[in-house]
Design a protein around this ligand. Structure first.
Ligand SMILES: *Cc1c(COP(=O)(O)O)cnc(C)c1O
Length: 244
């Protein structure tokens, strides 16, 4: 393990945690309620090992095959959770059901049905978040919720997902349009929070406890708007092209 890289990662991790702490406190929230997932996609194995060496135990990946290769090589580590945060092709559903602790990116009924089947075969219950497209961009995955008139349709879809025996809905996830100015993403985070309240009133038996939102450019704003999970890559691991 690269001890030098590990110490750099640890110090960046602590900087991010401190900013989360301050935003949470300023908005009357418990800082410990916010989970920081470190996004390791496209980083090589040595970087992942250095992150583990820094004590990080929540890791996020986007591509099933790339992730599973790392997961196998890393092996069992106490308290380590792998989070699937990228779009999942239906035919990769079995890989995801077998290797990930948590799915943030459930974006269709079709995928839900397959994940449920493979989770069942793996003898487990999979916690999932419903991915929502809050910005209306056609290039983004997720259930369309930009227009409030789609919310009733989402409700019927979510109701079907909630009836699948091997999936457990825990909340919502979003990836808003990209802006360098964090303030510009605030309305999208606010929209997800509002949608969560709306769904909670209509489907009170589902546990609507999690909101996964915010990345390196805006995680503190997401915390101010109610995020319970933030997904941060670059600000902790550095640039993905230089890989350290
Ligand atoms: C890559 C990615 C992140 C992390 O982005 P950074 O800008 O590196 O913090 C978070 N969420 C999703 C869905 C991603 O694809």
């Amino acid at each position: 393990m690269d001890a030098y890289l590990s110490s750099i990662i640890l110090s960046r991790y602590e900087t991010v945690r401190e900013k989360i702490f301050n935003s949470a406190r300023a908005f009357g929230r418990q800082p410990n309620d916010i989970r920081l997932v470190v996004v390791t996609k496209m980083h090589r194995l040595t970087t992942v090992q250095a992150a583990l060496g820094a004590g990080i135990r929540d890791l996020g990946e986007n591509y099933a095959e790339e992730a599973v290769e790392k997961i196998k090589l890393i092996g069992a580590v106490q308290d380590l959770s792998w989070h699937m945060i990228g779009h999942i092709q239906s035919r990769k559903a079995d890989l995801v059901a077998q290797n990930f602790a948590f799915v943030h990116s459930l974006d269709s009924i079709k995928l839900a049905i397959r994940l449920d089947r493979f989770a069942g075969e793996a003898g487990r219950k999979m916690p999932v978040l419903i991915e929502c497209n809050v910005g209306g961009e056609t290039t983004k995955t997720g259930f369309p919720v930009f227009d409030d008139s789609n919310w009733d349709h989402l409700y019927t879809e979510v109701e079907k997902i909630s009836e699948l025996p091997n999936l457990e809905i825990r909340g919502l996830m979003t990836m808003p349009p990209f802006y360098l100015d964090a303030e510009k993403t605030r309305p999208f985070f606010r929209k997800l929070q509002k949608l969560s309240g709306h769904l909670a009133r209509r489907l009170p038996n589902v546990r609507w406890s999690e909101l996964s939102m915010g990345t390196s450019t805006d995680y503190w704003v997401a915390v101010e708007e109610g995020a319970t999970i933030v997904r941060v890559g670059t600000a902790i691991l550095g640039d993905r092209s230089s890989q350290d």
